[in-house]
Design a protein around this ligand. Structure first.
Ligand code: 2AM
Ligand code: CA
Ligand code: CA
Ligand code: CA
Length: 267
């Protein structure tokens, strides 16, 4: 994708994200319906659906040949990353949206012929927009994010973890995750994968480990972290795949090998 095409698409996406955020803040002033999906703790609201529908209609009327992958079903059936694909999570952190009324984000990653080109992660209540354009760095609002530091060690690192990872589970050896909790400086759980990835890019946490994220959870965070020199890979060391669910390790480049070798053991 050439630079001016990328810039134009970004400007549109940014305007739509800010408009959608404004709309979400308005919607929160009145009641909205909350339903459950795969299990009683897997929430979805009318606002999630309305927001995805809004993006789908803007994209389809502006870019007839672009495709959409979205969490709430308003996207297309996408089987390849040929062309331009928008990967959208209208509200990432729906449980936070419902319970906390904060700490949720709109996440949009735009992929062109398989390459992550544009990212936007909008912390709606804090009015903080993280953005990245391929080869042009990453930003928090108008401030360019620094490259991640080289002097980072695991013992003085903070990691975002979903606490369920440290419990008995089918995916990873929980004993090793428990050892990571002991060996690192501390762990946090923010409840929004997109924000946790943005925090890795910002350098305020050193890593984020989570199992079974969907493409809309990590597509935007991927480029944001790449642009500051960090790593986003699957737990088995493979490249991320934007067409399927992935177990994701996102971290400072200095701790990636130690994390993979010492603390992640797939079952
Ligand atoms: P969501 O809010 O868009 O569903 C919560 O720990 C994080 O994991 C959020 O980013 C949430 O995204 C994501 N997640 C992925 N699959 C989930 C599921 N089945 N139930 C709840 N959260 C899920
Ligand atoms: Ca969801
Ligand atoms: Ca999500
Ligand atoms: Ca969501």
């Amino acid at each position: 994708m050439n630079k001016s095409t990328r810039q134009t698409i970004f400007e549109n996406a940014k305007q739509w994200v800010l408009e959608a955020g404004e709309n979400i803040r308005e919607r929160m002033k009145s009641e909205f319906q909350v339903d459950t999906k795969s299990n009683p703790n897997d929430l979805v609201t009318e606002v999630d659906k309305e927001t995805e529908k809004y993006f789908a209609s803007k994209i389809r009327s502006t870019y007839k040949d672009h495709l959409i992958i979205g969490e709430e079903g308003y996207g297309d059936k996408v089987e390849s990353l040929d062309g331009t694909v928008w990967i959208i999570d209208p509200i990432d952190g729906t449980m936070n949206f419902v319970h906390q009324k904060r700490n949720f984000a709109i996440s949009i990653g735009i992929i062109h012929n398989g390459i992550a080109e544009i990212s936007l992660i909008y912390n709606v209540m804090d009015d903080v927009l993280y953005t990245a354009l391929k080869g042009e760095g990453a930003y928090r609002n108008d401030t360019k994010l620094s490259k991640l530091k080289d002097d980072v060690q695991l013992a003085t690192s903070i990691f975002a973890l979903n606490s369920i990872l440290a419990c008995e589970n089918k995916k990873v050896n929980e004993k090793k995750i428990q050892q990571l909790i002991i060996d690192s400086r501390g762990t946090r759980g923010y409840g929004s994968a997109a924000l946790e990835l943005a925090y890795v890019a910002e350098g305020i946490i050193d890593g984020y480990i989570t199992m079974n994220l969907a493409p809309w959870d990590f597509a935007a965070g991927y480029l944001l972290i790449e642009e500051v020199g960090g790593k986003v890979i699957q737990a088995n060391g493979d490249r991320v795949n934007f067409l399927e669910n992935n177990t994701i390790i996102a971290c400072n480049h200095m701790v990636v090998d130690e994390l993979l070798n010492k603390y992640i053991e797939l079952k």
